[in-house]
Design a protein around this ligand. Sequence first.
Ligand code: CP
Length: 336
Amino acid sequence: MDWQLLRNLRGRDFLSDQDYSREELVALLDLAAAIKDIWRKGVPTPLLRGKHLALLFEEPSTRTRMSFEVGMSDLGGTTLYLKPGEIHLGARETVGDTARVMSRYVHGVMARLYKHTTLVELAEGATVPVINGLTDLYHPVQTMSDAFTIRETMGRLEGVKLAFLGDATNVCNALVVTCSKLGINLSVANPPGYTVRPDIRELARQNSRESGARIEFLTDPAEAVRDADFVYTDLWWWVGQEDEAEARKKAMAPYQVNAALMKKAKPTARFMHCLPAARGLEATDEVMDGPQSIIFDQAENRMHFQKALLVALLGVDVDPAEVPAPVRDLVTNLRG
Ligand code: CP
């Protein structure tokens, strides 16, 4: 574990993993594994005792809200759930002013916002770490948690092949960044008209030069899943795109993950989905509930990875003498 790298993350925002080095991202995965191991043994980990995290949601959530709330509680801290209509955010005061005020009350802000530009504005105004809980551009806590699941499943990241099928969603964009940073080979198959933006493809090209990841952008789903260790999909449309539903269904039907498509991947391939899912559209029940599916492991690992992220970004100030013995080394190393 690279403790110095982890200590240096204190105070940073997490708007995209593009802002982090490969070594920093691997250190976060290592910390998540250590925290999960202690959690499995039932030992309390009050690393963030006395700290408060605001959870700001412009859109609904099951996993993000629950995993951050339970994770922060496990770490000995508290959360405040805030939603539009209950606070001023860009209405009656600027986003920057809201951020400055929030920073006087809490030690960190996790925000799920419609627009990534609003998140950037929030982070610019805040003096405490801001974490991206999903925007129109990226969902990095999801895809870093997925990298954690992939590493748990395979024991490594390098040389692993992930295939993503369907719309170029925020999860797809974030997977392009996460995989190209961490050295995971990624084949994306999007239908024509729903492809990954050129600037995100360019990031993948630059990141891959360092990590050695092979990232390809295709239209043929069968070609994408060939030799894949993981097959991943996401919703075909999101809140606000309902009027496009029929056109999207037609364009994305060939990208449905069903038993026939899974047979074209490696026999050992696992099925992944960030959830929520529209069962019977992007993936069949047979695949989602079948033996190759690891979708609920992904959901659980959101909590474990995010706990590591919170510990690193918010920083550990508790006295090592005041935590259970199995956590003492962790606290000592994180305090430095
Ligand atoms: N995957 C994910 O972010 O789920 P929620 O929308 O339920 O938070």
